[in-house]
Design a protein around this ligand. Structure first.
Ligand code: ZN
Length: 320
């Protein structure tokens, strides 16, 4: 099986993960987590979203976050900017941020649920935002939201993904993320869609943003790599969701993603032990079970003494 040699991970837990938590997470805790993540070798971290504080109260501290985090060399810091107002807030941190993400749903109903306006209206604003962000030197990434299925419209024809990709391309946006926002994709679908989009838009650098809602995220990573995708988002401790996508659950846990890739000999540059330790720290401030296989089971290399050896030790101890 031919796969990619190296995978680039963007850590989105501090944004996608935290935004779906109802219980307030203190800003200093969030900053601690980002600072620890900055020292794991993960190349890109999405720190926050400059969204309206009433829309997502958990991320109302975006400015404090951006001011408070350490900027570690070699790490690229990103933020989500859902509208022009958000972009203007992000511009105040252009010496700390390398890039911003904009987002467009592939269906009218999800776009309305997410942004309270039509795709055309959202796109008109992105049209105004793109040159401003590019002028500031930001890498602009366009998220293709609900690319694999919509909670209101179900299956989404490829033509709707193509339309979004073409709109982004027309604005010079060449980084795009195919988002399985509600976690409905299956591996064959991922393979087909990713192959199709890569073949049709070779100028685009594609990322897969996967949610593990139906336990298929790791299988989807494998299918994505088979289609040649080498960029994936992960959320430490498997937090995440979408406040406007009913039933959506966590991002693929970064530690599970790194673990699988490492076991397969695919380079990520990420220190698994460090990510796992950060995931474990979430147990202290997240008030629900975490969706992380590695937190439950540990690494394969965490060997336990064989029952026979244990008996021997017991005999020796008893005799000695
Ligand atoms: Zn997401």
């Amino acid at each position: 099986m031919k796969l990619v040699d190296k995978v680039h991970i963007m850590e989105v837990g501090p944004r996608d993960g935290f935004q779906s938590e109802r219980k307030w997470i203190p800003t200093e805790t969030k900053i601690e987590i980002v600072n620890a993540l900055s020292r794991t070798g993960v190349p890109t971290i999405q720190v926050t979203s400059f969204t309206h504080p009433k829309a997502i109260p958990q991320l109302a501290d975006a400015e404090e976050m951006m001011r408070g985090i350490d900027i570690v060399e070699g790490v690229s810091y990103r933020a989500l900017t859902p509208n022009m107002r958000g972009l203007q807030r992000a511009l105040a941190f252009k010496d700390r941020l390398d890039g911003v993400s904009v987002m467009l749903s592939v269906t009218e109903s999800h776009n309305r649920a997410n942004g309270n306006r039509s795709i055309a209206d959202t796109f008109a604003e992105i049209e105004a935002m793109a040159p401003v962000a590019q002028e500031a030197g930001f890498i602009v990434s366009g998220s293709v939201i609900c690319a694999f299925g919509c909670p209101f419209e179900g299956e989404v024809p490829l033509s709707q993904l193509e339309r979004v990709a073409e709109r982004y391309l027309a604005l010079g946006i060449t980084h795009m993320s195919l988002a399985d926002t509600i976690g409905v994709a299956n591996p064959l679908q991922i393979y087909r869609v990713a192959s199709h989009m890569r073949a049709n838009y070779p100028a685009v650098t594609w990322t897969l943003h996967l949610h593990n809602t139906r336990d298929m995220a790791l299988a989807n990573v494998l299918a994505g790599m088979q289609a040649g995708i080498d960029r994936f988002d992960g959320g430490v401790a498997g937090l995440g969701g979408c406040p406007y996508a009913p039933g959506a659950s966590g991002n693929i846990a970064t530690e599970d993603l790194v673990n699988m890739l490492q076991e397969m000999g695919i380079e990520t540059g990420v220190d698994l032990d460090k990510v796992l330790a950060i995931a474990r720290r979430h147990e202290a401030f997240i008030d629900h079970p975490l969706d992380s296989a590695l937190l439950r089971a540990g690494k394969r290399s965490d060997l336990k003494p064989a029952p026979q050896a244990q008996q021997k030790v017991a005999v020796l101890e008893a005799g000695g």
